[in-house]
Design a protein around this ligand. Structure first.
Ligand code: FE2
Ligand code: FE2
Length: 171
């Protein structure tokens, strides 16, 4: 069972309310439930990573007082890694994950949900600059930044927790 670090649902802070308002149906969806079983960065699930990215994107836009389409940004952020496979399984088609998964996420998201052009841009371009097409909307810029910050944070926490001295302490 993967450990949940970001419980957007039980929390009552304003960012969690925003996430529930704009993306509650996505978080409850069968597709995003699959993400709970997919480990992503370290021991964190793809679901928790996606919620963390949506939270950070919203927090950045609010903090910087930049006008955004909050609903599209949050929904795009929640679905930005909606590729729905274990990228470590070595199966055919799952190679070059970093380069390919944004397109796969968009295909899956378009199949399962209605998307605005902004949400589509967020999903398919969140790997910029690894995927070279630049963001078209400011919402995509926020999600792209939040994704990188969250990934570094999650890998760092995971590396720290795997140190023998820390593992022993939490055993
Ligand atoms: Fe991604
Ligand atoms: Fe991501």
């Amino acid at each position: 069972m993967l450990k949940r670090n970001y419980d957007a649902y039980s929390s009552t802070d304003p960012l969690s309310s925003l996430l529930r308002l704009h993306g509650g149906d996505l978080m409850d969806s069968d597709g995003m439930q699959i993400e709970k079983r997919l480990s992503h960065h370290g021991s964190l699930s793809c679901y928790d990573h996606s919620v963390a990215v949506a939270r950070m994107s919203a927090a950045l836009a609010l903090k910087l007082r930049v006008r955004v389409d909050m609903r599209s940004m949050i929904r795009g952020a929640l679905l930005h890694d909606y590729f729905l496979y274990d990228w470590r399984d070595g199966e055919e088609g799952h190679n070059l994950h970093g380069f390919k998964h944004a397109k796969r996420a968009l295909q899956n998201a378009e199949r399962d949900f209605e998307l605005t052009p902004i949400a589509r841009d967020v999903i398919v371009k969140h790997m910029f600059p690894l995927n070279i097409t630049p963001p078209r909307y400011r919402e995509t810029v926020f999600v792209t930044i939040a994704d990188k910050v969250c990934a570094v944070r999650e890998f760092s926490i995971s590396a720290w927790m795997s140190l023998p001295v820390v593992r022993k302490k939490h055993a």
